[in-house]
Design a protein around this ligand. Sequence first.
Ligand code: AOF
Ligand code: ZN
Length: 347
Amino acid sequence: MKRCLEIAKNGLGNTFPNPSVGCVIVHNGSIIGEGYTSKAGGPHAEVNAISAVKDASLLRKATLYVTLEPCSHHGKTPPCADLITAMEIPRVVIGTLDSNKEVSGRGVKQLIEHGCDVTIGVLEEECRWLNRRFFCFHEKKRPYIILKWAESVDGYIAPQPDTRNSENPKPVWLSGKTSRQLVHKWRSEEQAILVGTGTAMADNPALNTRDWFGNSPVRIVIDKTGNIPLNYRLFDGKAPTLVFTEDVKRHSQSLPSNVEFIPLNKNITFPQQVCATLFERNIQSIIIEGGAVTLSSFIKEGLWDEARVFRSDVMLEAGIKAPSLQPQAYASQHSGNDRLLFFRNEH
Ligand code: AOF
Ligand code: ZN
């Protein structure tokens, strides 16, 4: 199962909305085939592992290890449980059950009905952590939420707005070069990225993946009163962009077709609306990169799963206070001259 987890990591970030699964087939104490989930719409881990076995007759005496319950439904691909039983694999060891309501226990049931010996729950916690975005999405009916910010050694997230250059807005960097590159890696791992109006106005951010190989997430911004200038990078059409606003007039502006305006729903809070909209659109994860007001509004509602905070050695002495979190950091590491703290919201 450890090997399954290791190879499943190769698919991470590439399989959305599918989870990235690892599968290893063992015969007589040797691995005879292994595979992980292909890009969404492509073959599942079990299919890739089974196709990698050179002598298919060995499958009848083999054990298949897989991080996730084999699927039982016809989605974009046929059911893995059908293939496992057709190949007469006698033993299947599963990391964790699938929370997708199309599967959830049916894959296991099908295997057992065909006489397969099934074990469930091996390295379950690790298997759930690997696909935490997928499990959160199916179980909580909302995307997995990662908060990210950088703060000064004295606890400020940004200088006072009136000390910024409003003619030519650009970010004021608290974290170092290594940390900034790491943020691009993180962007490539999530399906959406969000900032509030203040950050959009103060930084004119591009919110894409530049310093790392990989996908750019869908950009999301709140622009309640329609103040963000239309020549800002968020409106450049370089990535799909959702703008939550009360100013529906902007619909008529000639902007790239992948910039979409969504009316703010006054009956629910902004964090709730973001969660509902992303759930409808099958978006399983979001990284929120500020500012303090936006981060705090998600924290206040308990709508976050992980926080990653860079604590730099820069002293600001004044400015906008960084948000604070209830739980203690569960891990920390060096990131250049910064300290990177990891928080988890256990609920
Ligand atoms: C598996 N092995 O490697 C993965 C599974 O539309 P489809 O056919 O690609 O099915 C997607 C669903 O299949 C997904 O929501 C999840 O329940 C399961 N993913 N199952 O047996 C795999 N990635
Ligand atoms: Zn499958």
